[in-house]
Design a protein around this ligand. Structure first.
Ligand SMILES: Cc1cc2nc3c(=O)[nH]c(=O)nc-3n(C[C@H](O)[C@H](O)[C@H](O)COP(=O)(O)OP(=O)(O)OC[C@H]3O[C@@H](n4cnc5c(N)ncnc54)[C@H](O)[C@@H]3O)c2cc1C
Length: 402
């Protein structure tokens, strides 16, 4: 039976392993950590991703753990006014799930892992790092931290932004790193009282923020706020009380330092691998592309890679003569989406939030309000923001392909 080794049991690696198992293939999923990572990180699932998780059999359990977010709000920080609200409800008829779902990424990985173990116990190997690989014309030898060497037909690196698989293949990670970093604060303080929605973006030239609710341990849940933070070598300690207070000032008068339960800071990259495949080795998820979190697209596009690749591998196994064409299509299709949709939108989302001059700010507000007021443009906007437009474009291209 065709054997695929998947490196990394994040949301992408677990989705891929589950999809390959459902296709009747033999899978080994290696995760270096002793238990599945439980850090919160990404938290938004877009409608097409929910459909894909349904097809994998984990969708209903994941939806039961999440918080529906049908509306996406934009506000102006200086005037504390609502600029526009985009309604995923307009996707009714386009998808069975016309809403985004807030659900921490580790819950997605955990739920997939439970489904994997129910289907084929022993597939997931925790505490097992892939330490090297060598491919030839027939397969890939994969060495593990346990001292074993596995022989696989295909190897997929779902091993995150610092992917050793990508580096081992010598594939460039093209793009840039923002000079500023992102500060993420967590608080139980409830923002619904001030008419915030589950997902919110607040425009401001220096103190913009993204504010969204996550289910955490269940009601009432927690709120996370993402602010810009100065570069590591700026001399400002972005985790200090002084910096955190300054960012919160004016956003919510009732919010004090004592309400902040967690502070985190991280560097933000916009990068896409120069290729998503070399021979029998593939990249998917953050190993292949990384982006800023504004718009909630990173984890989603990674899961879309996984589902696309599992389908291509299953079809190549059924019809080996088509393998080269199918694998070339994986690389072309997913790189196209990463560049034209995910990179383009996330870069634009950041620019809109931080519009600097009064003219740029007025233009950003006018664009949002004009789009929202026009039903056709409003629907096109949410189709794009939810990644449905990109996926439909790929389906059209697939139908026209020879
Ligand atoms: C600090 C941080 C905060 C983030 N916050 C947000 C956010 O707020 N919103 C958002 O949309 N996105 C956010 N992201 C991005 C989001 O987390 C990713 O898009 C998503 O995790 C991608 O999933 P993945 O499965 O590709 O990779 P990961 O979730 O990174 O999983 C990779 C897995 O591979 C394992 N691994 C690595 N090397 C090996 C090896 N050699 N052998 C075996 N296992 C290995 C790792 O242990 C890990 O479990 C954040 C990312 C980071 C780093």
């Amino acid at each position: 039976m065709t054997h695929i080794v998947v490196i990394g049991a994040g949301p992408v690696g677990t989705s891929l392993a589950l999809a390959l198992l459902r296709a009747g293939l033999d899978v080994t999923l290696c995760e270096q950590a002793e238990s599945l990572p439980a850090d919160p990180r990404a938290a938004t699932l877009q409608p097409p991703t929910l459909e894909m998780l349904d097809a994998l059999g984990s969708g209903a359990a994941i939806r039961a753990k999440g918080l529906k977010a049908p509306v996406f709000q934009f506000r102006d920080r200086a005037s504390d006014s609502i600029i526009a609200e985009f309604d995923y409800g307009l996707l009714e008829g386009e998808t069975p799930h016309p809403f985004a779902l807030q659900c921490e990424q580790f819950k997605v990985a955990d739920t997939n892992a439970e489904a994997i173990e129910a289907l084929r116990p022993g597939t997931l190997r925790l505490g097992t790092a892939v330490t090297g690989f060598a491919q030839d014309g027939d397969g890939v030898d994969v060495t593990l931290s346990t001292g074993e060497t596995l022989r696989a037909d295909y190897l997929v690196g779902c091993d995150g932004g610092r992917s050793a698989t990508r580096k081992g293949l010598g594939i460039a990670f093209e793009g840039f790193t923002y000079e500023e970093r992102f500060l993420v604060l967590t608080t139980p303080h409830d923002f619904f009282a001030r008419d915030f929605r589950v997902r919110n973006y607040v425009l401001d030239p220096s103190q913009w923020c993204a504010l969204f609710k996550v289910p955490h341990d269940g009601p009432p849940g927690l709120w996370r706020i993402v602010f810009p933070a100065p570069a590591a070598d700026s001399g400002t300690d972005a985790l200090s009380d002084a910096y955190v207070s300054a960012q919160m000032l004016g956003l919510e008068p009732a919010l004090g330092l004592a309400d902040i339960t967690h502070r985190n800071i991280y560097a933000v990259n916009q990068r896409v691998a120069a290729a998503f495949r070399k021979g029998r080795v593939f990249l998917a998820g953050d190993a292949a592309h990384v982006n800023n979190p504004l718009g909630g697209l990173g984890m989603n596009s990674g899961i879309h890679d996984a589902v696309n690749l599992a389908d291509k591998i299953a079809r190549a196994v059924a019809d080996p003569g088509k393998a080269e064409t199918l694998f070339g299509a994986y690389d072309a299709e997913r790189r196209q989406i990463a560049k034209e949709y995910v990179q383009a939108q996330t870069i634009q989302n950041k620019k809109r939030l931080e519009a600097r001059t009064p003219e740029q700010q007025a233009a950003a507000r006018a664009e949002l309000q004009g789009t929202c007021a026009d039903p056709a443009r409003h629907k096109a906007w949410v189709m794009n923001a939810s990644l449905l437009t990109g996926l439909r474009q790929l389906e059209d291209q697939g139908r026209k392909a020879p």
